[in-house]
Design a protein around this ligand. Sequence first.
Ligand SMILES: [Fe+2]
Ligand SMILES: [Fe+2]
Length: 268
Amino acid sequence: MLGDIVGRPGRLAVAQQVPVIRERWKPDLILANVENTSNGTGLTPEHYARLKDAGLNGMTLGDHCFKKVQIVETLDTAGDIIRPFNLPLGARGKGWMRIPFPGNPARGLFVVTVLGRIFMHNMPADDPFAAVERALKEFTEKDPIVIVEIHAEATSEKMAVGWQFNGRVAAVLGSHTHIATADARVLSHGTAYITDLGMSGPWDSVLGRDIDKVLSRMITAMPAPFDVAEGDPRVCGVCIDIDEKTGLATAIERIELKANPSAPPFTA
Ligand SMILES: [Fe+2]
Ligand SMILES: [Fe+2]
């Protein structure tokens, strides 16, 4: 699973590096959080289609899920993209998905994304712990293989979700901060965990945004549009080994790949 894809640099870096990931780690499925794909916030249907073409098997969205409102039709109908589960009942789209494993469609990967509540003011979200419990009850497959994404700001809240579902899900993966953390490990009862997957996007930036624009706003207090930055595009995430019999993890490894902006698809 890859962390938040930011803007064109993130999208192209992922398109370029997915074949590298397939070659090196041989994953059954590749997921990514795509909430910042389209000009830094939200996802358009066009970019959804392009990321699918690039080889993503499943996509998740966080607090920016509805920023490009034209995506809601896709969220209602497509089986491989979700928005956070703990939104109000009237919210469009789905909060969890089941992605069949290639070659073994009787077995599926359940993915649920929840928003944290600490320092998260963009959207009204319910208790993420209760929401994951509720989602788990809806996963009716025997010994389901489950990934929980906790899209949240506070490291404490993410770690707490990790411990709460330790031994009950294959992985609890943090996203949203765009800064990868160095704590990837398998918790005591077989749940792979990382506090944040990090960002797939331009690393010469402030969380993917143009450095000068962010500095200008912070130093002068004058509003400035936060353009997406360009330099040093990288792809960031984790590779997880899951035992299909137990539905629990045996290993988690961080991935951080430097893209080559002088090669296709950047130059195409
Ligand atoms: Fe994000
Ligand atoms: Fe976010």
